[in-house]
Design a protein around this ligand. Structure first.
Ligand code: PHE
Length: 342
């Protein structure tokens, strides 16, 4: 019996050593120590031993059992440690490998230019407003002193939404003058309203059926043409530098009187004439004028008490000059190879 026990122990130790999985260990535990296990089988034969031998064998059997149990626990721990090691190795993360940088976009050149204008305007106390692109003909034309029958209202130039010509895609941001006066109600009013406008133009290097304007409107007591000139000059100097030179040319708009256009002296050739200014020495920048008394009246503002000026800047044109972009289409194509340059 001693031999048998020694044999069981030796066999068990061998098997435990060879086990590679915790499931194998569990199977060994059952087959060695379980109710129907080998050791239990031997212990069942204890009854046949003499009274002297019995405690000795009992002691030995307990030792074998304890040895097997201890080794079993040890192997369990070893296998668990090995499994953990393998898992860590398989899931190893090399924190020194360079990461993949996320592709960051940036502002579109047109919005860079717009933000510059906004910045200057906010510095002068202007409020930024936005309004609808689908507009009433009333706001786009009638309230801007552009009566029915005026050539600007022609179907060949304007995208009308309704057959009766009452709703359209705004052809200018000037309806924001009306909306601002109606919304704010009473002067002082100082607003800047950038946005999309639409005209039936064929696409080419300088035309697009959709483009952007920035509308400005100032109304208060005692506003004169001098305020218009001073404010617009401040804008231009902020955008193109303190040494930029401007000139005002008479013009006509139905909703301003008097009206003018502002040119800035070509910053490339300083007025001598070059390809940037098409040889003229001056670059047209915006339309402006003193708000027509009829327009003020139509919005419930007494032209005998208040006066004001308005201006409209072509945003694409401004951005094209600012970044020396030669073709308007590039602004809308959104080719990242182009946009990345700014
Ligand atoms: N809305 C005019 C245009 O589109 C520009 C303008 C705005 C002129 C405000 C005078 C005052 O040409």
């Amino acid at each position: 019996m001693r031999e048998q026990l020694e044999q069981i122990k030796a066999k068990a130790m061998q098997a435990l050593q060879e086990a590679k999985e915790s499931s194998e260990l569990e199977a060994l535990r059952v087959s060695l120590l379980g109710k129907k296990g080998e050791l239990t089988g031997v212990l069942k034969m204890m009854g046949k031993l003499s009274a002297e031998e019995r405690p000795v064998m009992g002691q030995l059997a307990n030792n074998v059992r304890a040895a097997i149990e201890a080794r079993l626990e040890q192997r369990k721990a070893e296998l668990a440690a090995a499994a953990l090691e393998a898992k860590l190795k398989a899931e190893a993360l090399d924190v020194t490998v360079p990461g993949e940088a996320p592709a960051l976009g940036h502002k579109h050149p047109m919005y860079i230019a717009l933000d510059e204008v906004k910045e200057i305007a906010i510095g002068m106390g202007f409020q930024i407003l936005e309004g609808p692109e689908v507009e009433l003909a009333d706001y786009n034309f009638t309230k801007l002193n552009t009566e029915e029958g005026h050539p600007a209202r022609d179907w060949s130039d304007t995208f009308y939404i309704k057959e009766d010509s009452s709703v359209l895609l705004r052809t200018q941001t000037s309806p924001m003058q009306i909306r601002a006066m109606e919304a704010i109600g009473h002067p002082p009013i100082r607003i800047l309203a950038p946005g999309r406008v639409y005209r039936k133009d064929e696409v080419d290097a300088t035309h697009s059926p959709m483009f952007h304007q920035i509308e400005g409107l100032v109304i208060d007591k005692g506003i004169t043409m001098a305020d218009l000139k001073g404010t617009l000059e401040t804008f231009v100097k902020g955008l193109y530098g303190e040494d930029s030179v401007v000139r005002f040319r008479p013009h006509h708009f139905p909703f301003t009187e008097p009206s003018c256009e502002l040119d800035v002296q070509c910053f490339k050739c300083k007025g001598a004439g070059c390809p940037t200014c098409k040889g003229e020495g001056w670059i047209e920048l915006l339309g402006a004028g003193m708000v027509h008394p009829k327009v003020l009246e139509g919005c419930g503002i007494d032209p005998n008490v208040y006066s004001g000026f308005a201006f409209g800047i072509g945003l694409e044109r401004m951005a094209m000059r600012r970044f020396q972009i030669s073709d308007l289409r590039l602004i809308f194509e959104n080719d990242v190879r182009f946009l990345r340059q700014f």
